[in-house]
Design a protein around this ligand. Structure first.
Ligand code: PLP
Length: 401
């Protein structure tokens, strides 16, 4: 292990990917490279770069861009992977990760049912229509996962480390073992944890995906996605992206890299505030049920603490408003004065989302009910504002809901 890789997470979050050689001077903050084309004095060098025998840049993002390379280097380092590939969004990253993992017509995918709605729809609609056989399972039921994997050869087992929106924890080491014993690759969406709380590759995952739109950028102003894995996986992703062009631009890469530097600070603060609010909401007379991984009552607490190395449970919690129908939830959302009712998470800002009309809208009411997403469920991503102000806003809006 070299000196740089022994450095702490916060140090690496700030420095990795920066100060890549740029001539005979080196800016402290890496530049944005908007250029599409890159020239070489010797045509043989251009030929070698195009042929993959030499590292370099010839054509921007659909191939490779220096600013995006800096982001990829940083995320790969923080996830403990050999290499990473950035994309235009988390969904683009997921799509290409499934393809790079070998999912094709005739393949099988075994996937957690309690996942982000668009991922569920991509598997159920897009990939199924293309001839992929998708089996959804309750990811916390290892017997059910094993049975699904035993039912026929599977290319991929897929799970979210902490699920969206019910915050169920995937037992990554046990799932990796089941996947590998069945000859499948284990693909993990680690968006809700960010690389700060958990590194799934260290627990046996083969590929890790992030919606970098969320915690990695952290400021609600970028859409991006990243896949982390082996160098060989990166080459496959690279070859696929040259054909489909799901590229992230250099300006977005730069913003994501800038946001990444404060990830540890944000995660510590957001996790502490989220736990305090989850505990407060639990005893609130208008609340039926609170889902947060670090609550003492969570039967998965010990597992979650182990996977997150006691660093925290993240910024996201979900809760059910007692007896609320859709119009009562709407009144609650409209009553909020500080917290933004916006369809995202992981920002500096506190944000609420109503899964039934947004993240999980594409699911039928029956499919939502089957995974436990009720009509009265609200998801909150706690920002870095003063805790007292977030709590006061929830209190006054609950009185209206
Ligand atoms: N994965 C998870 C867990 C998400 O919550 C989201 C979006 O909310 C995505 C993936 C998709 O990310 P993006 O919106 O950047 O495409």
């Amino acid at each position: 292990m070299d000196k740089k890789s022994r450095r702490g997470f916060a140090t690496r979050a700030i420095h990795t990917g920066e100060r890549l050689p740029a001539g005979d001077f080196t800016p402290v903050v890496g530049p944005i490279h908007p250029s599409v084309g890159y020239t070489y004095e010797r045509a043989a060098d251009l030929d070698a770069v195009l042929g993959g025998e030499k590292e370099g840049f010839v054509y921007s993002s659909r191939y490779h861009n220096p600013t995006t390379a800096a982001l990829e280097q940083a995320v790969a380092d923080l996830e403990g992977g050999e290499a990473a590939h950035a994309f235009a969004s988390g969904m683009a990253a997921l799509h290409l990760a499934f393809l790079a993992a070998g999912v094709r017509a005739g393949s099988r995918v075994v996937a957690a049912a309690d996942i982000y709605g668009a991922t569920y729809s991509m598997l159920l609609n897009l990939l199924s229509e293309l001839g992929v056989d998708v089996t959804f399972v309750s990811i916390t039921d290892l017997g059910q996962v094993a049975a699904a994997l035993a039912a026929g050869p599977a290319a991929v087992l897929f799970a979210e480390t902490l699920s969206n929106p019910l915050l169920r924890t995937a037992d990554l080491p046990a799932l990796a073992e089941l996947a590998h014993a069945a000859g499948a690759l284990f693909l993990v969406d680690n968006t809700f944890c960010s690389p700060y709380l958990c590194n799934p590759l260290a627990h046996g995952a083969d590929l890790v995906v992030h919606s970098a739109t969320k915690f990695i950028s952290g400021h609600g102003d970028v859409m991006a996605g990243v896949v982390v894995g082996s160098r060989e996986m990166r080459s496959r992703l690279d070859a696929l992206n040259r054909l489909v062009g799901s590229s992230v631009g250099p300006f977005e890469s730069w913003l994501a890299l800038r946001g990444l530097k404060t990830l540890p600070l944000r995660m510590v603060r957001q996790s502490a505030s989220a736990l305090a609010l989850a505990e407060w909401l639990q005893s609130h007379p208008r609340i039926d049920c609170v889902y947060y991984p670090y609550l003492p009552e969570n039967p998965q607490l010990e597992l979650t603490r182990r996977l997150t190395e006691n660093r925290g449970g993240g910024s996201v919690l979900s809760f059910e408003i007692r007896g609320a129908d859709r119009s009562a939830v709407f009144r609650f959302l409209e009553g909020l004065e500080l917290i933004q009712p916006a369809t995202t998470l992981g920002d500096l800002y506190s944000l609420v989302l109503y899964p039934a009309i947004s993240s999980h809208r594409a699911l039928t009411p029956e499919a939502r009910a089957a995974v436990g997403i009720g009509e009265n469920l609200v998801r909150l991503s706690v920002g870095i504002e003063d805790l007292e102000d977030i709590q006061a806003d929830l209190e006054q809006a609950l009185a209206k809901g």
